[in-house]
Every structure is written in C-alpha cells, then in structure tokens.
Design a protein around this ligand. Structure first.
Ligand code: DPP
Ligand code: ZN
Length: 887
C-alpha cells in the first residue's frame, strides 16, 4: 500500500466541465454510462488523462464520438489511463458494468433493504464509473435513471427533476439536473420503494422550498422530529450566518445500511436510519438530540462543504471542522449552551486526547494517509472534525461573534464555487478583521494536545495579580519537536464573595493593554498566550482573587494550574462561568479518582473524601441550577479520560474506583437521590425540549446511582420505573440501571425488552449495545452468543457498532487480562474486513492504544495485531491502522 502526501498535491491536468450520467439499474447488473466534457487546464497540453476506477467492468470507451482502440488506453485494477488524449476540449464517453447487489463495502452504488443507494465520500465514486475522483474536479451533472417501476417507484438524484416518464417492459425513468458545480463525492442516487413526509420552508428571500424525507412507508410517522430539525436548521443558518438554501427541493433519505452517520450530497442527503427515525416510544432524548445535530450538520454542509469545498482530502477539516462547529452552535442555541459544551468537551477528553498521545496522533490537517476513508471511520475523524471544530471555535473566541461573521462572509465572497484550503479560511478570517493571528496556523499542522501550566501570585501591596503560563506540545509520531502554539485563554477573577472582579488593565511582554471596552470594565477577558513562557499581570486587583481559567474551554489543551482543592470547591460553588463550575467539579473528581486508583493498586482500603460528597450534595440540591447541568455535574469523568492520565493504564483499577464512587455516593446521598427521582418523573406526554430533557436526565442519572445499591426496595423501584415508563428515554435508563448487576432481575428485564421491541431494529441495537458494554464478568461469552442471535448481522454497520464496538468500549471485558476480549476482536476484524473494510478498520482501531497497558496486555494485543497483519488479502483500511498501531 502506498502512502499519499499533502506536499505532493498537484493541480489536475484536466478539468471536467459537464458530466451526464445514465444508470440502467438491474437485478443482475447495472450499466453506467458517462459522458464528460474534458477541458485541459493548459491549452494545448496532451499529458495522459488518468481516471480512478475500482471493481468496474469496462464495456466501452469513446473519445469525441469515436470508439477507442485497445492500444489507446490502459486499464488496471485502479486506473484507466488515456495515454494521449486529443489536445483541446473533448468528450469522453465511458460505459461500465457494476454489481451493486454484491457490494458489501457500502461504498459506491449498493443495495440496502432492496433499495439502491450511494455513498461516494471520500472515494466511492470510482466504484461507479471511471473518473478523476478528487474534490478539486467540480462539474455540472445530469443524472438519468431507468429501472423497473414496481420495484423502484422512486428515482432520486441531485438537483431538480426535469423529466420523467414510462418506458417499455414495466420500466420508468427520471432525469435530474443539478445546476451547481460539484465534486463527485457529492453525487447521489436513490431508487426504491419509499414514501415521503412532505413540508415546505419559506426562505428569507421568500422562495418556497419543498422538503421531503423518504423512508419505507411504515417508518414515515417517525420522521416528524427530523423534519422539525431540518426546518429549524434552515432558519438558524439564515439568522446566524445569512445563508439561504439555494434550490427549490431538499431531499433526505433514511438508509438502514450505512457506514457513516449521514452524507451531505447536494440536495439529496442520505442518512443512516438511526439519525432520522424517532418516536417517543422508540428513541431516547440522546437520539433526538443527535438527530437534531446531524440533520443540522448535513444541511449546513450545503454552504460549508458543497458551495465551497475542499481542494484535496487533507483539507477535510475545512468542511468538517467548520460544519461540526456550526452544528454545535446550532444545538447550543436550540438547547442549553453549557450542557452542549460539557458534552462536547467530555467527548474530546475521552476519545480525542487519548488518541492524540498515541500512534495514530494526527494534526487537524494530516500530512499523509494510506487510505482516505480512515479519516472518517477510524479515530482519525476526531482530530479532523472535533479538534477542527475547536480550532474554528478559537477564531470566534478571538474575533467575537461579529468578527467571526465578517470572516465567514468574506470566505463565501471569495470562494463560492471553489475547492480551497485551510489557509484560505484562515486568510478570510484574518483579512476581514485585520487581525493579528500570530502563529495560529500551527493548529493545523502540529499534532498532540498542548500541555499548559499556570502559576499565579498576588502582590497585596501593588494590587497586582500575575498569571504565568508555560506550554509544551508533546512529541507525536513524525513530529519530535514542536513550536509553541497560540492559545486563547479566557479568564475571569473571582473575589472572596464569589463575584467576578472588574478587569481594567493587564501587562504582557512589556505592553500595557487596556481591557475596558467603551470605558466599561470587563469581567472576563481572553489572554493571547503565544510563547513557551509568558506572564500576564493584572493591575488594580484589590484582594487576592481565585482565577477562573480557560472559561468555556476556550482552547483544546490540557491545563495544569496551582488551584488548591479549596479553590476548586469555591469555583464549583460560585463561578459565573457555568462550564467552569462543572470543570472544577471534574478536576476534583479526577484527582479523587486518580488517588483512589493508586490506593486500589496498593490494596489500601478505599475511602471517599467527605468534602467531595458534600460538594456534590450541594449541587444536587441546588434548585437554582439547570437540571441537566446538575446531571452532568454529578457524573464522574469517563474511564477513558482517567486511564489517559495514568502512566500505565489500569482498566481494572479505574473501573473498580468508578464503581466504588458510584456506590458510595448512592449510600451517602440516598435520600436526596430518591427525592430527585420522585420530583422529576415524566409527565404522560413526551415533550422534546430542554426543561423536559433536563428533568429526565437528572432523574435517570439518580436512578443509575441508586441501582448500584444492593437494596431490594431500590430494585423494586427501578423495576417499577421500567414498567411504567412511557418513553424510551425512561424505559431504557431503567433497563440500564437494572442491568448493572447479574441476576434474574437483569435477565428477565432484558428478555422482556427484546420481546417488546424485536420488530424495531433500531431499538434492538440499543439492546445489543447495552449488553455488549456491560461490565459483568466474562461478558465476552455473552457477546459471542449474541453474534449468533437472529437479529444480528455482520453486514449491517449499526449492528457491528452496537455489539462489537460496544464491547470494545467496555474497559474490563475488552481488556480482560486473559486476552479473551482481544482474541474476540482480532477474529472478528479478519471476518469483517472481507465484507466491509471501512467498518473493520473502525473496529481494529480499538487496539491502537495497546502500548498504554501493562506488559501482559501489551503482548496479548500485539499478538492479535500481528495475526491481523499476517492475514491474506487485508484491505488498505485495516492495514493502515494495524501497521501504524504496531509501529
Ligand atoms: N461528510 C460526512 C458528514 O459530514 C461524513 N460522515 O457527515
Ligand atoms: Zn460533515
């Protein structure tokens, strides 16, 4: 397998101007004809034209209407090369034969539940026809589809339907035209038995847009929330960014077999059913929130991704980082900003940071790859999308909302219709604001999470308060030495009553900066930390403050400060920045957990610090706080996050400590937790809004705590909650609470749940995941049994993610010291790779952090990786992850 480098980017020798596609969809084979207008980039050049192709049977090829002879072109497993095309513009016509019904990779054109659908990002279009499969080739497309009318009554593609009608032999056809230029990764086609929920949206300039969400007929009632989300997203993008939808039709199709979450194809978004279908009975609050976010995400791509796209795949963050940021903002505006931020930062800490210090560490813009798809399906996506979103957020932190909007406006003004780079985005932000961004661009090229240390000192005579920063970016594969980064640190100072102090001036690097705006003092400011070591001195600080650092998590770094335990309790109780209140609690919990982990390892009896219990009790009983915030604040840091902070990760110890804390808190706070459950039961009718979700979240976390007690009364209570639940959020939370402990109550509840929901594959996936993630001893045997369950199918990505992905997320069972978890995964990866390399590579990445564990585990995991590497016919996807993990 060959590694591809960013530095080797070359402009294409040929552009494609128009592309007319014709699909004749059949049960045995599908015929694809393409007619392309090819335009040389440099007039008169006649360099070879190299097209990508994979798993295609070439039927014929014509240039300017003339059939090519065999000596005029070359085909191999990956390319079709025209060695000397005519000089000047010419037409290229290619006919290929493909077999979507046999395509289990779910890339290109494939069948899902009897319907045809496509997935072309990143490099799936080459499985449909020979093409320059790269995003800087932007062309105008038409798409003609013909198929059997009774089997495939609905025929969809991008853009506008300009013609349709009947054909002989029970067939029909549709002709679609997309007026916007696009790269081929945004091409889509759907054909099948589908029905639509229809609605309309009136845009800010008064155009009526038809909205259609397509699913099999029986699922239509479950598309109401998706439609609500779509309309909300369209409105939000107009209000916040002035971005209006640009066609008269917008389609969404739900597909049960889908590698990713969803795909932003121009005007024809394809979605994993999981992210469209929801009803109160079958979907949880988490599902509702995910649907809102992802419907928004794909819709927002219409401008950030489609109208302005990426020059090459190294620039993926240009569209993904920006669009993830946009969907985070959208969800924040639709719900609670603090809670959304907490959820995103937790995700970053549990998944992205561990990866940032491992063999797969990648900058936001990677320097090389073997298999592009791994950017999406491996853990790499996190660096590109989530860290990428953090980078976009920093522009906004530095420029403010208005400055950020000016930058966005300039970005579209300059680049609409183009395929561009991360520098272009940076330049638009800088130029629109005349901003000094110092070394900000390093965020794109340096991998690793910066470690920033802060020490503080107060001078009571001079009334000055100093914050000294030092920063270090740890070495990562291929990047041993790093430059200091530009880190925006949002800061406030609390006085002894817990109020924010007025900040007037700060000295930095011999310069005096006034912080006041319009002569008014400010209560929070953003320090620009750009050097390896740097001091900021605030003046007119009349008493020793307690600093609230990195408010709202203003940069994706690890922060170490000299805050004492009592400072943290103070911040937990008083900080005006709600995020930092949560953060103070997390810091306390992290320190507490790390201390207990070391006690556990030394066989010292575990004791829970009473001050911690007291702090949590105050939060739990504070009726002025948002309920979902309370739910987050009493949730302990994830096991991944704690293991990431240890020299040698010890899953057993971390897990034991987390369980211990949960039980101890339940014992100490039993009365408060019980009353929280009582007071926060759902009303009969399910309402999806923040107050109701918050209430359910708080009740359900309380239930999980309580259920950790071996108390028959509580078991009865939880069973009762399970039985009387009127929505999936409450029902599943109660089931999860019961399932914590092996025994009859657990077995009965799991059986009951399955028999209730066996007809609904999305709910059955929850049932798989719950069992897969379980920490009950030797769960690997149970998971193996579930592989043979009639509802399981290795070819369906969602099922694999639930059962196998779920299992890999269980620290005790996946990392079982006898190696049973590793062996299980190794065998599955080999099987899966033959069916679907993208899904297999996502699974194999569970091994990538094997060096973080003890020697016994290291050897066991390494053996599995070596076994995988020695498998014949391994895909490039799995090869890349496995070989980099071993390196
Ligand atoms: N481009 C796709 C998305 O944004 C990749 N999953 O959802
Ligand atoms: Zn995206």
């Amino acid at each position: 397998p060959k590694e591809i480098f960013l530095k080797d980017y070359k402009m294409p020798d040929y552009y494609f101007d128009t592309v007319d596609l014709k699909f004749s969809l059949g049960e045995e084979k599908t015929i694809v004809s393409s007619k392309i207008t090819v335009v040389p980039r440099v007039e008169g050049s006649s360099s070879p034209l190299v097209l990508n192709g994979s798993d295609l049977k070439l039927v014929s090829i014509k240039v300017n209407n003339k059939e090519l002879k065999e000596e005029d072109y070359k085909v191999d497993a990956r390319h079709l090369t025209l060695s000397s095309p005519p000089s000047g513009t010419f037409t290229l016509e290619i006919v290929t034969e493909i077999y979507p019904q046999k395509n289990t990779s779910l890339e290109g054109l494939y069948k899902s539940s009897g319907n045809f659908c496509t997935q072309c990002e990143a490099e799936g279009f080459r499985k449909i026809t020979f093409y320059q499969d790269r995003p800087d080739i932007m062309a105008k497309y038409t798409c003609y589809i013909e198929a059997d009318k009774s089997l495939y009554p609905v025929l969809l593609s991008n853009g506008n339907l300009i013609n349709h009608g009947e054909l002989e032999g029970g067939k029909h056809y549709a002709l679609w035209e997309d007026p916007f230029k696009k790269p081929c990764y945004l091409f889509a086609l759907v054909a099948g038995q589908l029905e639509s929920r229809d609605d309309t949206f009136k845009t800010c300039s008064g155009r009526q847009v038809a909205l259609r969400i397509w699913t099999p007929a029986q699922d239509l009632p479950k598309t109401a929330h998706a439609m609500y989300s779509l309309k909300a997203a369209m409105k939000w993008d107009e209000d916040v960014f002035g971005l209006e939808y640009d066609l008269d039709l917008f389609n969404i199709v739900a597909v049960p077999d889908f590698n990713m979450g969803a795909m932003e194809n121009k005007s024809l978004n394809l979605f994993n059913s999981k992210l469209v279908l929801a009803s109160p009975e079958t979907a949880s609050d988490g599902d509702y929130a995910a649907i809102l976010g992802v419907i928004g995400h794909e819709y927002f791509h219409n401008w950030t991704g489609n109208r302005v796209t990426c020059r090459d795949w190294f620039q993926l963050s240009l569209k993904e980082g920006l669009t993830v940021f946009r969907d985070q903002e959208f969800s924040s505006d639709m719900g609670s900003r603090t809670v959304k931020r907490i959820a995103d930062v937790s995700k970053l800490r549990n998944y992205q940071f561990p990866q940032d210090s491992g063999p797969m560490a990648h900058p936001v813009r990677p320097h090389s790859y073997i298999k592009m798809d791994n950017f999406y399906t491996g853990k790499l996506l996190f660096s590109i999308s989530w860290n990428g979103a953090e980078v976009v957020r920093m522009y906004k932190t530095l420029l403010g909302s208005q400055g950020f909007r000016k930058g966005m406006d300039l970005y579209f003004k300059r680049h609409d219709g183009q395929a561009v780079t991360c520098e272009d985005f940076f330049a638009a932000m800088r130029d629109a604001n005349d901003a000094d961004f110092a070394n900000f661009l390093l965020w794109y090229s340096q991998a690793g999470t910066p470690l920033v240390k802060v020490t503080s000192s107060y001078n009571a005579e001079a009334h000055t308060y100093s914050l000294k920063f030092s920063q270090e970016v740890p070495p990562t594969p291929g990047q041993p030495a790093k430059e200091p980064m530009f880190i925006p640190v949002a800061v406030g100072l609390l006085d002894s009553s817990g109020k924010d102090m007025a900040l007037s001036t700060v000295h930095n690097d011999g310069k005096l900066l006034s912080l006041a705006s319009n002569n008014q003092p400010v209560y929070s400011t953003v320090l620009r930390v750009t050097k390896k070591e740097e001091e900021f001195v605030f003046s007119d600080i009349l008493e020793k403050p307690i600093p609230s650092l990195l408010r709202g998590y203003s940069a994706p770094i690890r922060l170490q400060s000299d805050l004492s335990e009592s400072d943290l309790f103070f911040l937990l109780a008083h900080d005006s920045d709600e995020f930092n209140r949560w953060e103070a609690g997390q810091l306390l919990a992290r320190n507490l957990m790390l201390g207990l982990v070391s006690d556990f390892q030394q066989n010292t009896p575990l004791v829970l610090n009473p001050k911690f219990v007291h702090g949590l009790r105050s939060i739990l009983c504070d009726s002025s706080l948002d309920k979902e915030f309370i739910a987050k604040a009493i949730t302990m840091p994830g096991e991944g996050e704690i293991m990431d902070m240890m020299k040698v990760a010890d899953p057993d110890a971390v897990h034991a400590v987390r369980i211990f804390i949960r039980k101890q808190l339940a014992l100490e706070l039993k009365a408060e937790l019980l009353s929280t459950v009582e007071k926060n039961r759902s009303s009969e009718e399910y309402v999806y809004d923040h107050p109701n979700m918050a209430r359910r979240a708080l009740k359900n976390i309380s239930l999980v705590y309580l259920a950790s007690l071996e108390d028959p009364e509580i078991i009865e209570l939880v069973l009762q909650e399970y039985k009387t639940a009127t929505n999936m959020t409450d029902q599943f939370a109660a089931l999860a609470a019961i399932a914590q402990k092996p025994g009859k109550a657990r077995d009965d509840a799991l059986d009951d749940f399955y028999s209730k929901w066996q007809h609904d594959f999305l709910v059955v996936n929850k049932w798989f995941a719950l069992q897969a993630m379980s920490d009950i001893p030797s769960n690997v045997e149970n998971v193996k049994k579930l592989l043979n369950h009639p509802a399981f199918d290795l070819r369906n990505p969602n099922k694999v993610y639930s059962l196998i992905g779920g299992f890999c997320g269980s620290p005790v069972n996946f990392h079982a010291k006898d190696g049973s978890g590793y062996k299980f995964l190794g065998e599955i990866v080999v099987q899966l790779d033959k069916l679907n390399p993208q899904v297999a590579s996502r699974m194999v990445s569970a091994f990538s952090r094997w060096k973080r564990y003890d020697e016994t585990r290291q050897n066991l995991a390494k053996a599995q990786l070596e076994m995988i590497m020695s498998t014949n016919g391994l895909s490039e996807n799995v090869f890349e992850i496995a070989s980099k993990s071993l390196a």
